[in-house]
Ligand binder design. Structure first.
Ligand code: AMP
Length: 116
């Protein structure tokens, strides 16, 4: 799908909307989810304009690895390093509502399996 640069995460990246940022580097930022589903709920997003996980090419492999590494770092720093979950929703049918790639990092409460 075409990337819509008016999506809310693109606007956060441009500084047009504020967010509670917990990590920033040259490739990504991480900030608290505005509607947290757990005591810790952080979103890690690339600076690059990528709408959905399943649409990236092989050139994004290093970036995808970096996002997961940052997710683990954030979990550790947030005090949930012993038990946390990462989630990437791809497509409306899987619950994706913002079409800028993001990794959810959730923890701080029991996390049931299988997920809904
Ligand atoms: P998804 O449903 O996987 O696309 O996740 C999108 C997430 O973005 C949801 O958990 C929303 O609560 C969150 N969200 C939407 N707008 C904002 C915002 N302005 N700041 C932080 N999180 C947001």
């Amino acid at each position: 799908m075409a990337y819509d640069d008016q999506n809310v995460f693109a606007r956060i990246l441009r500084g047009e909307i504020s967010a509670a940022i917990v990590h920033e580097d040259e490739h990504c930022i991480a900030f608290r989810d505005v509607q947290p589903q757990a005591p810790v709920h952080v979103l890690v997003i690339p600076r690059a304009a990528i709408a959905k996980l399943g649409e990236v090419g092989p050139d994004a492999k290093e970036l995808l690895g970096h996002l997961l590494w940052v997710a683990g770092e954030v979990a550790r720093r947030e005090g949930i390093g012993d038990a946390f979950r990462t989630v990437i929703n791809h497509g409306t049918g899987a619950g994706q509502s913002v079409f800028h790639l993001h990794v959810h990092v959730l923890g701080g409460r029991p996390l049931a399996w299988p997920p809904g």
